[in-house]
Design a protein around this ligand. Structure first.
Ligand code: 5GP
Ligand code: MN
Length: 336
């Protein structure tokens, strides 16, 4: 049973009563849970006459741009423009991340923010200094947590737009209910969303079956040419160079989910995706079972996340990054 802190909830709702303008932040390379939880709050706040804007450090992927109220999002705005937005807001809400570095160029704005901050998140080790914190690692997604909180507010009127956004975050963070994070209570929330009128099959279609031919060929190329399987370590990894990405006209989000494919190989329990970028290498980790990839990411790759899904960054070349990865994986072989 997920327990919410009642004092926090009341404090949050009291704060909302004095609020006209909210500014929401979510993390770089926003996913379905980041965009979904932000836009669910937008929809819910509309019903209590609160104006809400959402700030994202960079562009959301194509398959999320159809979500209701997407026009309330501003992407990749300059730091000074975001500063001005904070100044005209009464309240800042941070969703689906728990340390300011996850908003990259806006990190200092959050660290120095004088407006009240509400944090709603489901990752471990929160490091963000918030006025009110809702952080719970037992929920499947930030969207689930947003719903558990907001449904206690008798003033909010929930509608299909709201429920659609919550559902998107839940399915994208649980691999459509396939990961262990899909606990029994989550399905109660899903029933409530269905009762609010969500078109669940349409939503799944919009999220998963709207990719370009190019993106599917990019996946084919990646699995064929860029996946290394190390059966002796029960591990497989994928790397993508800048050149690979250029060849396939890479768009944000195009490699989303690639890291999960090697996990479908029998006896592979640890996977990684290394994506070369202009100034660094973006890394995703996934595991099945007990190997704690968030600790691995934090210890060796400046990152963090969940036990079975984490990410990080490397500032050395992709070749050296891969060498380090193999070395550290061998050191942890007994845990995988
Ligand atoms: P993804 O591999 O999908 O980018 O991220 C998987 C999980 O790890 C997400 O829950 C995300 O929040 C977390 N994560 C990804 N990159 C980083 C990072 O650089 N730092 C931290 N602390 N967490 C990350
Ligand atoms: Mn999430």
């Amino acid at each position: 049973m997920i327990k919410l802190n009642r004092t926090n909830t009341l404090q949050f709702f009291n704060l909302l009563k004095e609020t006209e303008n909210v500014l929401i932040f979510s993390h770089v390379n926003p996913d379905g849970d980041a965009v979904g939880s932000s836009l669910a709050l937008v929809a819910a706040f509309k019903s209590i006459n609160i104006n809400t804007k959402v700030v994202l450090p960079n562009r959301a992927p194509e398959n999320l741009r159809w979500l209701p109220n997407f026009e309330c999002i501003v992407e990749g705005l300059s730091k000074s423009n975001v500063k001005a937005l904070i100044e005209t807001s009464d309240l800042v809400i941070c969703v689906d991340f728990n340390q300011s570095s996850r908003v990259e160029k806006y990190a200092a704005l959050l660290d120095e923010c004088t407006k009240p901050i509400v944090l709603i998140d489901h990752h471990q080790n929160p490091k963000l200094n918030a006025t009110i914190s809702f952080t719970d690692t037992s929920v499947s997604s930030t969207c689930e947590l947003v719903h558990l909180i907001l449904k206690q507010n008798p003033d909010i009127i929930f509608n299909e737009n709201y429920a659609t956004c919550i559902y998107v975050g839940i399915i994208t963070d649980t691999g459509v209910f396939s990961y262990s994070s899909s606990h029994a209570e989550l399905f109660q929330t899903v029933i409530e969303l269905i009762n609010l009128g969500i078109k669940k099959d349409y939503i799944t279609q919009q999220i998963y079956n709207t990719q370009s031919e190019n993106r599917l060929r990019f996946l084919g190329y990646t699995l064929n040419e860029r996946m290394i399987v190390m059966p002796e370590l029960n591990t497989a990894y994928i790397f993508l160079t800048l050149e690979d990405q250029k060849k396939f006209n890479y768009q944000p989000g195009d490699a989303e989910n690639f890291v999960n494919y090697p996990l479908t190989i029998k006896d592979i329990r640890f996977t990684a995706l290394f994506q070369e970028r202009e100034n660094d290498v973006k890394i995703s980790f996934r595991s099945e079972g007990q190997f704690k990839v968030n600790q691995f990411a934090e210890k060796y790759f400046n990152g963090g996340g969940h036990v079975n899904a984490a990410g990080g960054k490397s500032h050395i070349s992709i070749t050296e990054t891969l060498e380090n990865f193999i070395k550290h994986t061998k050191e942890h072989a007994h845990e995988i």
